[in-house]
Design a protein around this ligand. Structure first.
Ligand code: SF4
Length: 698
């Protein structure tokens, strides 16, 4: 029976989890969120998944950090601290003492070793204002561009390919555009688990007659709705996609008018595809030539078709090539800029789009203006009233390498957990332990905070105001619903305090003040004032005027490139870097779960979500389980050339023989101890989707 709880107030805000950006009504009683309902936001229309509806209890976890902490003298750094008892390794400190120590460490190291010996990781879990002020501190305060965030681990390769080909890293259409499509392609994504509310729009489209093609090495729930499920061999995306395009070129199914009007480089590109006949590629990608031809014909002849992709495309050493292929496919068929068409990389965290726009990226100022551009540098030197470093910074994994080389000595990490999310964790954790001065700002004592010298307690998403930008380019207003626990403070406030101690005088008293400066720095936010967001809750960029709605679908008349055209960039098939052999004869792929989000820092502290999926597991095919003589619930040792973990078996038909899947949310069996830190040369994203591993029964 329904339990009726009295509520003091209802606050309309945004879900803190995935990039769908569902709006929520938080029902508050006695400073506690007692229930959550879906609000009528543009991306969810009242719907929520299990995380949005039941996953807010993390904010009242007993493990919340409530006081600044300073590491006790002589205590070794590592991930072996009980997060419920930080006082075994840290002592409580006042804000004044902790902030002074944090800032002094940064300025001492800068003085001794130079600005580029410092680095910062911001967070896609924080607001736009917090991302902006963080990158400004690293650039204007530290004097370096060594600033990055989790986009490097999720869609950096997609953004690199989109910027290179169509001049814009964001989606060309929202996921609701699928409702107007004749055909949807979903590749390298599992929306039912990772973008659950977006998946409901895809299912609705199918019910109305849209055809759905799902391409992924793993099967998934959407297979039930799919007209075609192409379960291809891991890491052969380029072979498969080039074969599809070969058919379109060979049978002249491309859109010549669109190619002439809006693209460049097609002739050369078509020549490159000659080597990718489906009959030749079928043995590489494991999809029959007939199926490849059918899918190619359907996509090319559909009146409107849209492509969605996820980290199965981007998290490879050839992730940029994978995304280049998808963009070329859409360009040759003219499936961009009209209702029901588009390119949509499904973004992972709730504010990864906004944090990237605000420049938590080492090679760009806000709005993707290159660090190397002198005019842009002059603009920001004038806006921020300080000289800026013209050298591009290092990316996430490059920073870990630089620590091992002794060229980076100190880091400021806000809301990221590289001690769980980085590839090759033994290497990453050794780097964190080597830092001379590490300041971590978070809501829990994460595995990364366990390496810190100073820990600063931050506020959770429902405890502060700020804007957030979802996968659809919708800028939305997040509102404070409850007071933070103890002495926890908003991330923007903490960053501002550190800036002040580094001698920077910034005129911010509220997030709104920061947003006002962002309006000067970021033309993408034109006509989207704070006041408008307060009233309308959500406005899409680009937005033509203060009264009109923003443009959901962009690039009907060309692209923001130098010549206004989209470029075809050929990609050649290359096998994965990590090699299978007789010892390492399984392919490991990693990812998220419906109930557990990223490194589990938040969802594993949600009683509801953690009760649903309380323990780590490896998904294995029934055939592999029989061959190894293991059953569901047995323990196996999974090892790679980099590390090993012991983990429980879950028998699952969704994985093909020879492939295993491990979610990366569980510290007790951390999947990233096994993954490789090899990088895509363009997007600098690591390889999370193909690691050669050995599986042995214990
Ligand atoms: Fe939150 Fe994403 Fe679920 Fe929506 S789909 S409720 S944004 S986790």
């Amino acid at each position: 029976s329904a339990k009726v709880t009295k509520t003091d107030k209802q606050v309309q805000s945004v879900c803190p989890y995935c990039g769908v950006g569902c709006q929520v009504n938080l029902k508050v009683n006695d400073n506690k969120i007692c229930s959550v309902e879906g609000a009528n936001g543009p991306s969810n229309q009242g719907r929520l998944c299990v995380k949005g509806r039941f996953g807010f209890d993390y904010i009242t976890s007993e493990q919340r950090l409530t006081e600044p902490l300073i590491r006790k003298e002589g205590i070794e750094k590592g991930v072996n601290i009980d997060p419920a008892n930080p006082y075994s390794h840290f002592r409580k400190a006042s804000w004044e003492e902790a902030l002074n120590l944090a800032a002094k460490g940064f300025s001492d190291i800068k003085q001794q070793h130079g600005a580029d010996s410092l680095a910062g990781f911001g967070s896609a879990k924080c607001s736009n204002e917090e991302a902006y002020i963080f990158q400004k501190l690293i650039r204007a305060g530290f004097g370096t561009n060594n600033v990055d965030h989790c986009t490097r681990l999720c869609h950096a390769s997609s953004v690199a390919a989109l910027m290179e080909t169509i001049g814009s890293g964001a989606v060309t259409a929202p996921f609701m555009a699928a409702e107007d499509s004749d055909l949807i392609i979903i590749i390298g994504a599992n929306p039912s688990e990772n973008h659950p509310v977006a998946a409901t729009f895809f299912k609705q489209a199918v019910e109305r007659g849209t055809e759905l093609v799902v391409m992924d090495p793993r099967a998934q729930a959407l297979k039930q709705q799919a007209t075609h499920m192409l379960q291809f061999t891991p890491s052969t995306d380029v072979a498969l996609l080039n074969a599809i395009m070969h058919v379109i070129v060979d049978e002249k199914l491309y859109n010549q008018h669109y190619i002439d009007q809006h693209t460049s480089g097609f002739k050369l590109f078509a020549t490159h595809l000659k080597d990718y006949a489906p009959e030749k590629m079928q043995s590489i990608c494991g999809v029959t030539a007939d199926t490849i031809k059918t899918v190619a014909r359907k996509y090319a002849t559909a009146k409107s078709a849209i492509i969605f992709w996820g980290m199965g495309i981007s998290q490879h050493t050839h992730g940029t090539d994978n995304a280049r292929c998808l963009i070329s496919l859409a360009l040759m068929c003219g499936h961009i800029g009209r209702p029901g068409t588009g390119l949509h990389p499904l973004r992972g965290q709730n504010n990864v789009q906004g944090a990237s726009d605000a420049a938590l990226i080492p090679m760009f100022y806000p709005d993707y203006k290159p660090i190397s551009d002198c005019e842009t540098q002059t603009f920001f030197e004038s806006l921020w009233d300080t000289p800026l470093n013209p050298k591009e910074g290092l990316t996430v994994v490059e920073i870990m390498h630089a620590i091992h080389r002794n060229s980076i000595k100190s880091m400021y990490i806000m809301g990221e957990n590289p001690a769980m999310s980085d590839p090759n964790l033994n290497h990453a954790r050794a780097a964190l332990a080597k830092l001379e001065h590490l300041v971590v700002q978070d809501i829990f004592l994460t595995e990364t905070a366990m390496f810190a010298d100073v820990v600063l307690p931050a506020t959770a998403w429902p405890e502060k105001n700020g804007t957030v930008t979802n996968s659809n380019r919708q800028v939305q207003m997040g509102r404070q619903a409850v007071e933070p626990p103890g002495n926890a403070k908003a991330d923007w406030w903490i960053t501002h305090q550190i800036a002040q101690r580094l001698g920077l005088e910034w005129p911010y008293s509220t997030p709104k003040d920061i947003y006002h400066e962002m309006l000067l720095a970021m033309p993408s936010l034109a006509n989207i004032s704070w006041e408008r967001l307060e009233q309308e809750h959500s406005v899409t960029y680009p937005c033509p005027s203060p009264k009109e709605a923003g443009h959901d679908i962009v690039f009907a008349d060309g692209f923001p490139t130098e010549d206004g055209r989209g470029k075809f960039i050929p990609a050649s098939f290359l096998p994965a870097n990590d090699k299978l052999d007789t010892e390492y004869d399984f392919i490991l792929t990693t990812g998220r779960l419906l109930e557990h989000w990223h490194t589990g820092a938040i969802t594993r502290r949600s009683e509801v979500l953690n009760t649903l999926e309380p323990e780590a597991f490896v998904q294995m095919s029934p055939t592999d389980c029989s061959a190894l003589k293991v059953q569901a619930g047995d323990m196996v040792c999974v090892s790679s050339r980099r590390g090993s973990i012991n983990i429980k078996v879950r028998v699952d038909h969704k994985v093909q023989t020879g492939l295993i899947f491990i979610p990366f949310a569980y510290v007790e069996a951390a999947a990233n101890l096994l993954t490789s830190h090899d990088l895509d040369p363009f997007g600098k994203i690591p390889e999370y989707k193909f690691s050669a591993v050995n599986v042995e029964p214990i």
